[in-house]
Design a protein around this ligand. Structure first.
Ligand code: ZN
Length: 149
């Protein structure tokens, strides 16, 4: 427990530095408290591509506390999450062929990570976009805004 408390600030400081060094990629973490460590992701003006890496710093398996990172228009987010519940963990809690999904990672559990490239040609400066976890019920806490600088 003591070690964990010492390590955590160091890890957070490290990831902040990484984000500034390369603003065309971001790492976002999900934990066992059903929380992402970021509420907003802003894509830099100069980015031609943008990569999101999702990590899971918790201890629980993906069938219990799994997380994914899904990006849709804000108006579609709740419906995509609702429609994904029946798909199950093997289909990453997303309805097959859901064209409302702009980008999505697979579901990960404790200690795992995954990444996805966001197709920036589908993102406009005027649009409103929301990222969330589509694991059943998680969108209530695990969501944030995605925008262009
Ligand atoms: Zn989740």
């Amino acid at each position: 427990m003591k070690i964990r408390h010492l390590l955590l600030p160091a890890l957070l400081a490290f990831s902040a530095v990484s984000a500034m060094a390369d603003d065309c990629a971001v790492t976002i973490d999900g934990n066992d408290s059903m929380q992402f460590d970021k509420k907003a992701i802003v894509v830099g003006k100069s980015c031609k591509k943008f990569t999101v890496t999702l990590t899971h710093s918790g201890k629980l398996a993906k069938n219990i506390m799994g997380h994914n990172w899904v990006l849709t228009k804000t108006e579609d987010s709740q419906a995509v999450a609702t429609d994904g519940v029946g798909a199950g963990v093997d289909k990453n809690y997303l309805k097959a062929g859901d064209t409302r999904v702009i980008a999505a990672t697979k579901v990960v559990g404790a200690g795992e990570s995954t990444s996805v490239d966001v197709p920036l040609d589908k993102i406009t400066k005027q649009g409103s976009y929301t990222f969330f976890c589509s694991f059943p019920g998680h969108i209530a806490l695990m969501k944030g805004t995605f925008s262009l600088e």
